[in-house]
Design a protein around this ligand. Structure first.
Ligand code: SF4
Length: 376
């Protein structure tokens, strides 16, 4: 089977001022000496593409891409544009922390053509930000949004709910403050305690007590209702957009299409092969500097695994999966791939099936993570 060349590219910048207690991303702190070597390694890794690959969406994630100085940011943008020129009507997103954004960095991003900023705002409440070990303030979120607006860069806000001790009304206030800023897009995530993080250890020692499951459900449903009232389209489990502002880059992942990626811990999917680079920034650097592949894991997906993944990603979208287009995309019917499982979840009220389309119900949305293993 031949795969069309990817039309999306991801770049991972692992630097952060501090590792937040809940974070399990590929992050490195207190190693400013590695910033320049990393930029050089990214350029080297890109050069292994051999020929520039044009894309429709480009995404700088982290870590914190805006940890870089304005000069370093400019250099990174220029190198990326050299290897991944952008097509007409592109989407170029950069993740940022409200505390790092100043007018100089925004100016560089705007001049280079970035048109979307994903702001790790998380909350507007001081106690919650402190609890999450975030070092920005509500005022810095507002000024970051204002800076973007001045240069015409669109904004997506990330918000976390269900932090220990949080009440429903505190969460609603966070949502209302986010809505008042009129972002184009909002992503909301319930706080998770991942093995290996500080929060996981604190959970084991009962220093942190998670909110009750019932309250977390209420918080999620309240977000769905409030954001819908404010004109946001709930288009994926955790994502809400004003009309025309869905994340096209993330839609690449959810639709099972390929994507390029560079940087430590970055995952790419090219020609039906999924590869993930070494998560350790120092290992990544050493290997690239020695001219060795930075890939730590590689998996060639067979047709049925690809179809199962497409099924799970498709169900994450609120519009669900349309039977005919799924078969055209994967070569499998939903019935042969997962007919019994679908029936079971329809009977349990987790999925709705009108014969043409299968999608999560409101109840299914609340427990979706526990459904996926059944399909994979
Ligand atoms: S700022 Fe973001 S990426 Fe960096 S440590 Fe905190 S949660 Fe992780």
């Amino acid at each position: 089977m031949s795969f069309p060349p990817p039309r999306a590219a991801y770049v991972h910048i692992p630097f952060c001022v501090h590792r937040c207690g809940y974070c399990n991303f590929t992050v490195i702190t207190d190693r400013d000496d590695l910033v320049e070597p990393l930029l050089t390694a990214i350029e080297t890794e890109l050069s292994w593409l051999e020929t520039p690959q044009s894309v429709d969406t480009l995404y700088f994630g982290g870590g914190t891409p805006t940890y870089l100085s304005p000069l370093q940011l400019r250099k990174l943008c220029e190198v990326l544009l050299q290897w991944h020129p952008l097509s007409q009507g592109y989407e170029w997103t950069v993740e940022a922390n409200p505390g790092d954004l100043d007018s100089e960095r925004i100016q560089v991003l705007s001049e280079q053509g970035v048109n979307r900023l994903s702001l790790g705002s998380q909350s507007f409440r001081r106690e919650k930000l402190t609890m999450l070990e975030r070092d920005h303030s509500a005022a810095e979120i507002r000024s970051a949004v204002e800076l973007c607006r001045q240069v015409g860069i669109g904004v997506s806000l990330d918000l976390i709910f269900g932090t220990p001790g949080e009440t429903l009304s505190e969460w609603l206030t966070d949502l209302e403050q986010a809505i008042q800023l009129e972002p184009d897009h909002i992503s909301t995530y319930g706080l998770t305690f991942e093995r290996g993080t500080q929060f996981w250890n604190r959970l084991q020692h009962r220093e942190l007590i998670p909110v009750a499951e019932e309250l977390e459900r209420e918080m999620y449903l309240a977000a769905i209702d409030l954001l819908a009232e404010a004109g946001f389209d709930h288009y994926e489990i955790s994502n809400f957009a004003r009309p025309g502002y869905r994340s096209r880059h993330n839609e690449t992942y959810w639709s099972g299409r390929g994507y390029f990626a560079v940087g430590p811990g970055a995952a790419r999917y090219v020609d039906g092969v999924r590869q993930t680079n070494h998560r350790s920034t120092t290992t990544y650097l050493r290997r690239v500097q020695q001219g060795l592949s930075p890939v730590a894991e590689e998996e060639r997906l067979d047709a049925i695994s690809r179809a199962r993944e497409a099924l799970v990603f498709g169900l994450r979208r609120i519009s669900g999966i349309e039977r005919t287009s799924f078969e055209a995309l994967t070569g499998f019917t939903l019935a042969e791939l997962a007919g019994d499982t679908i029936h079971r979840f329809v009977d349990l009220g987790m999925l709705a099936d009108d014969g043409e389309c299968v999608k999560l119900t409101r109840e299914g949305l609340l427990i979706s993570d526990s459904l996926w293993p059944e399909f994979l």
